[in-house]
Design a protein around this ligand. Structure first.
Ligand code: MG
Length: 344
């Protein structure tokens, strides 16, 4: 068995703007576990919001990861590798994906099977309309055609209502709002009531993650449910969110492993919090990995791979707006798009 890694740049079809940043590309890291005929894969999409970067990840990987001798169990491999990853969540997520992919390929079953989930029709995913030029909204809506739910990024200085008005002139599709910590209390209160008449399903992260006081106030009056994203990193956060939010957004890049994501799903159900499954801008490796958890979640936002123009892999697809995994393939279910070489 061998572990390899490589850096790859994924370029966006259009600039990706949210309340705090705009990007034309993201650098990601692929992790590969090679074992006989098995190539198991994982992806790290580090986020500056959580003080992670490709440089930080490479500073760990360049020193080399040690693999246990005679490793036959997934838990053994993960418990051996995890302490070497220095608590970098996106790197942990990548290595953990590869470990689970390896385990499922050895068992010759699709990954969701390992979680006890069945082969069923998966939920629909939303398609993100990022913050950008208002004149280009029509084009973005045309590109969202394969999805019947829109996730609209708000938190602009003064265009939030105009963005929704323009979208509503074109489509009555269900809208989910993500303010990415961009509002203050008066703005959020005003928007929550205004959006409630616009076929909007929920509002994600209206305030700074530090401002739970206003979040709790807003929850007590908001006609729309509030979903925690920047406030919901791991299962340790959930008990503290019950009075402030109606649901949580789970991302592998934040929580660092399938093991932790499954723990969050269980705890959220106990606490009666709705569960959203989200992503960073990622290629089909990370998005397909997350999709294996989708049957246990209420709201799916796995569209990072749809927003890039040079995805090296094919994995989860979209059929009639629903996610569709390659359920006859073992592991994550990925193919290289061009059969020339694996990126390692
Ligand atoms: Mg979000």
């Amino acid at each position: 068995m061998e572990i390899k890694f490589c850096k790859n740049r994924i370029n966006l079809i259009h600039s990706f703007g949210i309340s705090r940043s705009s990007n034309d590309y993201y650098d990601i890291i692929y992790i590969y576990i090679l074992d006989g005929d098995i190539i198991a894969r994982g992806e790290a999409a580090p986020s500056k919001r959580y003080n992670e970067s490709v440089e930080l990840i490479l500073s760990v990987l360049n020193k080399g990861l040690t693999i246990p001798e005679n490793c036959n169990s997934r838990d053994h491999l993960w418990n051996f590798l995890k302490p070497q990853l220095k608590g970098i969540s996106s790197l942990e997520a990548a290595v953990n994906m590869a470990v689970w992919d390896w385990g499922a390929q050895k068992e010759k079953v699709p990954l969701f099977n390992m979680f006890g989930f069945k082969d069923e029709i998966l939920p629909k995913t939303s398609y993100t309309i990022a913050i950008g030029n208002l004149n280009e909204l029509d084009e973005r809506l045309e590109e969202s055609e394969q999805c019947s739910i829109l996730k609209v990024k708000l938190g602009t200085p003064d265009n939030d209502k105009e963005i929704i008005r323009i979208i509503r002139k074109k489509t009555d599709k269900l809208i989910r709002i993500d303010a990415n910590e961009g509002w203050d209390y008066e703005m959020a209160k005003n928007m929550a009531f205004w959006l409630a008449d616009m076929n909007v399903e929920f509002i994600e992260q209206p305030f700074s993650a530090l401002n739970l006081k206003d979040t709790k106030r807003l929850k007590s009056i908001s006609p729309l449910p509030l979903i925690a994203d920047e406030n919901s990193i791991s299962s340790n956060d959930l008990n503290g969110l019950v009075d402030c939010f109606d649901g949580i957004n789970i991302k592998l890049m934040k929580c660092g492993s399938f093991d932790e994501a499954l723990k969050m799903i269980d705890l959220a159900k106990k606490l009666e919090l709705k569960i959203m499954l989200g992503c960073m801008v990622e290629s089909s490796v990370g998005i397909t990995a997350a999709a294996h958890l989708s049957s246990a979640c209420d709201f799916i936002d796995l569209d990072g791979n749809l927003l890039i123009k040079d995805d090296p892999y094919n994995g989860v697809k979209i059929e009639d707006g629903h996610l569709k995994l390659q359920s006859l393939k073992a592991g994550l279910g990925l193919n290289l798009k061009q059969k020339k070489f694996e990126l390692l």
